[in-house]
Design a protein around this ligand. Structure first.
Ligand SMILES: Cc1cc2nc3c(=O)[nH]c(=O)nc-3n(C[C@H](O)[C@H](O)[C@H](O)COP(=O)(O)OP(=O)(O)OC[C@H]3O[C@@H](n4cnc5c(N)ncnc54)[C@H](O)[C@@H]3O)c2cc1C
Length: 419
């Protein structure tokens, strides 16, 4: 949609996009391509820091599974995210990436990656295109709210700056990895304005387990490979990591929303680990019960089941000496070792945030009902999703929606005043 001034009295609008992550940059792109003047502000010395970090371990930008399945990843907020994704679906995102000269490929489990797995070339090409289309970047501009006249206040290295804008897109991120810029400090600024905000909580996070000092000292940092984790009726196979505090990694992240909610409800959650996910219980039972002669239990478990190191010691961590010698119980524990998780790791360590500006506080264009002309996009909205490209997909889609929402809003006649 192109911008056409609503009335001849109206001067060319200026839109402030605050936050230069994928959501804000996408909103800026939609606006700039429609001919609107865009100023993009970010607190950090450069934009896209979390996006670049997401590219460190292989940037999983979206997912190629059927769209109906894709939508289920947004859980209870599916209905809120669905219209955004329908307007900018995963295929459109891939085409958009291709338009930047970056190829994509579908990897294992239908995850989609840029061909070199990195975020930096994509971000470089994108920023170049944004600058070419007239977006003006203002780094080291920390947004601190509004002044009495409704103008935007920024802290900059040269002191405070007051900015008037015809519309604002807030794309300030959640509260995870605050060292990359999104520190959740915006929560109080919007709450003061009466905007309903669900508390920010860790999502895709690790958990605390009360390891014994011995186990922690010996095994913190050890990967648990080829295990399955179950909670409720969900079972996932993969890898995780024993940490000083407890347990983390992709396998745990996949179950983390339900585990976190259970801990909030009842103080702890029991996760079951299957240490030999490819072995049926019957086979484990047979091998455990095999006469071991003069062998110690440790060498028996190693020789007959291949259980050693961190896996074997996890059993000792969870079972008493007596239980270790009960073959039926030991076999069951190998297939479903109960681990009591006592707390989610802090938000700052999580991959992403749950909570944020509620969808009820915004209209279908993501404009705040109480603050006409102010739009929100990205992880600062109240949704969560597992890793797998779902986070970035919804950030891009919501930035796209907010950009289009601003264009529509700018068409409407309104008194000429700053926000
Ligand atoms: C280690 C890691 C790996 C990840 N890997 C993946 C992955 O592979 N796939 C995936 O889909 N997702 C991944 N994610 C999640 C994904 O990176 C985020 O969901 C996404 O970056 C959020 O985008 P956003 O635009 O909403 O916010 P952000 O990217 O957080 O950007 C927000 C911006 O706002 C700025 N800002 C905040 N407050 C202010 C203020 N007051 N004034 C001015 N500027 C401000 C910040 O500096 C920042 O630049 C990963 C995250 C992490 C931490």
């Amino acid at each position: 949609m192109n911008y056409h001034p609503a009335s001849p009295l109206h001067t060319a609008p200026v839109v402030a996009v605050i936050g230069g992550g994928p959501a804000g940059l996408m909103a800026a792109e939609v606006l700039a391509q429609a001919g609107v003047r865009v100023d993009l502000y970010d607190a950090m010395p450069s934009v896209g820091r979390k996006f670049l970090m997401a590219g460190k371990g292989g940037m999983n930008i979206t997912h190629a599974e059927p769209f109906d399945v894709f939508l289920t990843r947004y859980g209870t907020q599916r209905n809120r995210i669905e219209p955004l994704l329908r307007a900018f679906p995963p295929e459109a995102l891939r085409e958009w990436i291709h338009g930047l000269g970056i190829a994509t490929f579908v990897g294992t489990s239908s995850r989609v990656f840029p061909s070199d797995m990195k975020a930096a070339p994509l971000l470089r090409a994108w920023l170049h295109r944004l600058r070419e289309s007239g977006v003006r970047f203002h780094a080291r501009h920390r947004w601190c709210g509004w002044d009495e006249q409704g103008a935007l206040r920024f802290d900059t290295p040269d002191g405070q700056r007051i900015v008037h804008a015809d519309a604002v897109v807030l794309a300030l991120g959640g509260g995870s990895w605050p060292q990359l810029g999104s520190d959740g400090a915006w929560v109080s600024l919007l709450a003061q304005r009466g905007i309903a905000i669900a508390p920010l909580r860790p999502s895709n996070c690790g958990f605390d387990v009360r390891w014994s000092a011995h186990f922690r000292e010996r095994f913190a940092g050890e990967p648990l490979k080829s295990v399955a984790a179950s909670f409720g009726d969900v079972r996932k196979q993969g890898e995780c990591l024993v940490t000083e505090h407890g347990i983390e990694g992709g396998l745990i992240y996949a179950l983390s929303a339900a585990l976190r909610d259970e801990i909030e409800r009842s103080g702890s959650a029991i996760l079951h680990l299957d240490l030999l996910p490819d072995w049926p219980l019957q086979r484990v039972q047979t091998e455990v019960s095999h006469p071991r002669g003069a062998h110690s239990l440790s060498s028996h478990l190693q020789s007959r089941l291949g259980l050693k190191g961190v896996k074997a010691n996890l059993l000792r961590e969870a079972l008493s000496a007596e239980q270790m010698h009960d073959t039926a119980l030991l076999a069951r524990a190998i297939k479903a070792l109960p681990l009591r998780l006592v707390a989610a790791r802090p938000l700052g360590e999580a991959i992403s945030s749950a909570g944020g500006v509620t969808f009820e506080a915004a209209d279908e264009h993501l404009m705040l009902r109480k603050m006409p002309g102010v739009f929100c996009a990205g992880e600062m909205l109240d949704w969560e999703a597992p890793t797998g490209g779902y986070l970035l997909s919804a950030c891009f889609a919501s930035g796209h929606a907010a950009g289009n929402g601003v264009l529509e809003w700018l068409q409407q006649p309104r008194p000429a005043q700053g926000l």
